[in-house]
Write a protein that binds this ligand. Structure first.
Ligand SMILES: C[S@@+](CC[C@H](N)C(=O)[O-])C[C@H]1O[C@@H](n2cnc3c(N)ncnc32)[C@H](O)[C@@H]1O
Length: 266
């Protein structure tokens, strides 16, 4: 990748494990003059890739104006800035407000995608989020907090679809989430997994269903940095069960010998 001097790179830093950085993210970090990284969620070892003499700032104690002042000042000095966010910047990354300032100031910027905690958690759970006959839709959402949900996006509205749910930023609302999911029609035996700090040394995985997950999470004392994953796709039994109508799910057509697609005839 060619790194352009005097440019801002908004980089997905992944969920924590530095080996989940993309090669592009690593190249940007290695070349940047200034690194501003979300030290609340991005693993500090990513800074080990910085070149000697690079300026490194944690952003967790900085306000948005402070981050943007630092970014603009650095760019005006002809420096290349790596702004490293957790996971993928497009998901709850508060990135629009940063891009708007860069756009208004005529600063060249680029986004480097990252591995979202959603996908790192799915991988850790050895789960396919879209299993034929179970769910072909993934809803990524959060429970309403200080940020109000737009009309039609309350959890109960989304839950009406019965699809795979991936819930960010909401672990402290577990009790209400479970109540609303049951009211919306998820059955008590719906599998739920909570993945705390996926990719970090203190990662925890809690599995249960809608009857026991609240108690299990309470017992774990997890109160932040967790993904809540809900739906039949999270049934660990799917790994060991033969697909078929009787078992409620089927295999994808992709590898079926009687299925013709662009690259292979039946
Ligand atoms: C501000 S959002 C950022 C999400 C990020 N952009 C992403 O794509 O993963 C922070 C929330 O993401 C989730 N999260 C981020 N990193 C995580 C991790 N390593 N393990 C579990 N959940 C994580 C948690 O729900 C946390 O409250």
């Amino acid at each position: 990748m060619t790194i352009t001097t005097g440019k801002v790179y908004i980089v997905g830093g992944g969920p924590g494990d530095p080996e989940l950085l993309t090669l592009k993210a690593k190249s940007v970090i290695e070349s940047a003059d200034v690194i501003i990284y979300a030290d609340s969620l991005v693993h500090p070892s990513i800074v080990d890739f910085a070149r000697p003499g690079a300026e490194v700032h944690g952003s967790k104690t900085l306000s948005l104006p402070e981050i943007m002042d630092l970014t603009l000042k650095s760019v005006q000095e002809g420096k290349t800035v790596a702004r490293i966010q957790s996971g993928d910047p497009s998901i709850y990354g508060a990135v629009l407000e940063q891009m708007r300032v860069l756009e208004a100031e005529g600063v060249d910027f680029e986004i480097i995608p990252g591995v979202s905690a959603a996908f790192a958690a799915a991988a850790r759970l050895k789960t396919e989020l879209t299993v034929p006959d179970v769910s072909q839709t993934v809803i990524m959402t959060r429970f309403e907090g200080r940020v109000p949900m737009p009309p039609g996006e309350q959890l109960k509205d989304l839950a009406a679809h019965g699809s795979t749910l991936v819930i960010f930023l909401s672990i402290t609302r577990m009790f209400t989430i479970v109540r609303q999911l049951l009211e919306a029609g998820y059955t008590e035996d719906t599998p739920v997994a909570v993945v705390y700090r996926v990719g970090w040394p203190d990662e925890q995985i809690i599995r249960g269903d809608l009857t026991d997950i609240v108690a299990k999470v309470r017992e774990s004392k997890i109160t932040l940095q967790a993904m809540i994953m809900v739906g039949k796709a999270f049934d660990p039994g799917l790994l060991k069960t033969e697909p078929g109508a009787k078992n409620g799910f089927s295999s994808s057509h992709l590898y079926s010998s009687d299925y013709t697609h662009l690259y292979r005839r039946a």
